[in-house]
Design a protein around this ligand. Sequence first.
Ligand SMILES: [Zn+2]
Length: 314
Amino acid sequence: MSRLIASLSLDLDNQWAYLRAAGRDHWETSDSYFPQVIPRIVQTLQELNLPLTTFLVGRDLVHPDRCESISQLTELSEWEFANHSFNHEPWLHTLAESEIAAEIDETSEAIKQNWGTAPVGFRGPGFSCPPAVLGILAERGFRYDASVFPTSMAPVARAYYMMKTGLRGADRDRASQLYGGWKAMRQPNRPFQRTINATNLWEIPVTVMPGSRTPIHFSYLTYLASFSKLAAKQYFRTTLRLCQMSGTSPSLLLHPPDFMGAEDAGEMSFFPAMKMRRESKLGILRWALGKLANQFDVRTLRSQVDSLDGGHKE
Ligand SMILES: [Zn+2]
């Protein structure tokens, strides 16, 4: 019997993106943690022979040394580079259409220049996917968007984010749409197709727990593990079992801080689970990724879309 398909992606947000979202003034001159974190990501995934779709932020691609770090991801057995906007504006939904087009086009161009192929997938920063974005993706021939995060916890996540970052005034108002707002929960928890101006565009949501719709991405798992490893493991086991039972292909999401521990925290200490020792956190991550690799046919998002287009039979 063939195994259910899953997909694995990484949002390669650099430290500046977190500091900027947190309202820190000096975000622009922040160091890059790519040289420390990317080799750990490559090593962890290689050990498990896992593929990866990496969503890249254009602003980092103007630095040759950061591109060099990113190129290490091409050593994985299967890899894909996709588009995560240029400036990682959490407020993408407030920009004019021409500004949104520039956010997408400049990053696609940088990916093409560096690695030879234009991306076919997009994920909006802050999980927002307004119609203007989807229209541009369809027009540009993108095959999928992966910005939907259909969680019941969006309001909680947003409240936590605001509390930790201390956003005020206009930023606070604009943040009300972060994580897709209240309506995110009513979005499907499995891939679906949109037709925009006679063009088909797949949506690959970031999978949440079938039923309860609580998050299952790895930052949430390590956050749980920072209270109880046992509970975190039980939660992840349940998630995978519910995905199997409901025929839901899990599309799981990694972030660079998942590969960082207390030793690396520095200015990232406000991020959840940053008090855990690095090896302890990586241990949980390896365990969870190993379970995923054992139980599912894990692919890049692009390869998942290929199988959806091919009308594969399970
Ligand atoms: Zn991001």
